[in-house]
Design a protein around this ligand. Structure first.
Ligand SMILES: [Zn+2]
Length: 338
């Protein structure tokens, strides 16, 4: 009786095991088959896509064209480094068209055209513009000449865009001062001090509308929380962490505190902003100790509020700027960046 029962159980167990095995094989088979089927379609049909970073690339005469476009492909992923550019002669000023080409591993080709302007080199210095606050008479109101009407700011951005100004990166400014690279004529850098709410609410949407980059020198203790690496067109640099206040003698803390205390503040500011290396002196106050502290903490450049343009060979820790004051005409602005 029990033997018979055992035989029945054994038979059932075999059936179950076979069924389980078949199911597993079926699952494995379908899992293996599906992606291959998709891939084979991709190999035949999907070409890579080239995306231009800038509609126009601007170079000084003799400058080197470097690909800034990116390329992605369904099967190969990021293949930007495979982009090949046609040759242009940058020794002659003019407008050129560079052909960009990329081929994926399946042999599919993508082609894109990149506009290139080769311009005479900048010889009369680089204007680094200094802005502060913005008003619209709705949410913000003018308090003094450091407050610029947002409509005037838009006119200025429009002017820079229509005249195809070039906006060098801080790395390029650094190399330009060292005499290692040339900048094209009509180069300009925009900086905004303090980083208060009017900048973020009114000016940032304008910068993004015109795709003009600007550096915000942030007092990181007050506004550092705004740091957001993904904020398009905004570069965060330091206006100190908590030295934007007067010290014992009525002058800024940066010319009152000990070097150790200044270093501590500079490190904290950089950390809060995710790695700042360009500085702007609070109230424009600085001395030898302040400069030493900046050098020891890895800051590469520092700006004062002294008026003037930046030129080759300048002391990188006492750099001048061009103040943008409210109430001046667009013509006045144009002459300050020409
Ligand atoms: Zn300030």
């Amino acid at each position: 009786m029990s033997k018979k029962k055992n035989k029945k159980v054994n038979k059932l167990l075999v059936y179950v095991l076979v069924l389980v095995a078949i199911t597993i094989i079926a699952i494995l088979f379908s899992a293996k088959q599906k992606p291959e089927a998709v891939n084979s379609i991709a190999k035949e049909d999907v070409a890579p896509i080239i995306t231009l970073k800038n509609d126009t690339v601007i170079l000084p005469v003799g400058g080197k064209f470097a690909v800034t476009a990116t390329a992605t492909d369904t099967e190969d992923g990021d293949i930007s480094s495979d982009i090949k550019a046609s040759e242009i002669d940058t020794n002659t000023a003019g407008t050129y068209e560079v052909t960009l080409e990329v081929i994926d591993s399946a042999g599919n080709k993508a082609v894109a055209k990149q506009n290139v302007i080769v311009r005479a080199e900048l010889t009369n210095g680089l204007p680094v513009l200094m802005y502060h606050f913005f008003y619209d008479n709705v949410t913000y109101y003018q308090e003094d000449n450091n407050w610029l009407n947002i409509n005037d700011f838009e006119e200025q951005l429009k002017y820079l865009t229509e005249n195809e100004y070039y906006y060098p990166t801080w790395e390029e400014v650094d190399q330009y001062i060292d005499g290692k690279i040339k900048l094209p004529e009509k180069s300009v850098v925009l900086t905004v001090d303090d980083g208060d709410a009017s900048f973020f609410d009114l000016a940032v949407p304008m910068l993004q509308k015109y795709k003009v980059p600007a550096t915000i020198f942030v007092i990181s203790e007050w506004y550092g929380w705004r740091y957001n690496a993904n904020m398009e067109c905004v570069i965060f640099e330091s206006h100190s962490h908590s030295m934007h206040e007067s010290g014992g003698n009525g002058k800024g803390r940066m010319v009152n505190w000990s070097k150790e205390k200044i270093i501590e503040d500079l490190k904290l500011s950089s950390k809060t902003l995710g790695g700042a290396d360009v500085f702007c002196y609070p109230f424009g106050h600085y001395d030898d100790t302040a400069i030493e502290a900046l050098k020891e903490t890895g800051y590469k450049m520092a700006f004062t509020i002294v008026g003037g343009r930046v030129s080759v060979g300048y002391n990188k820790y006492t750099l001048p700027r061009v103040r943008v004051t409210a109430g001046n005409s667009l013509n006045y602005f144009a002459s300050s960046v020409r």
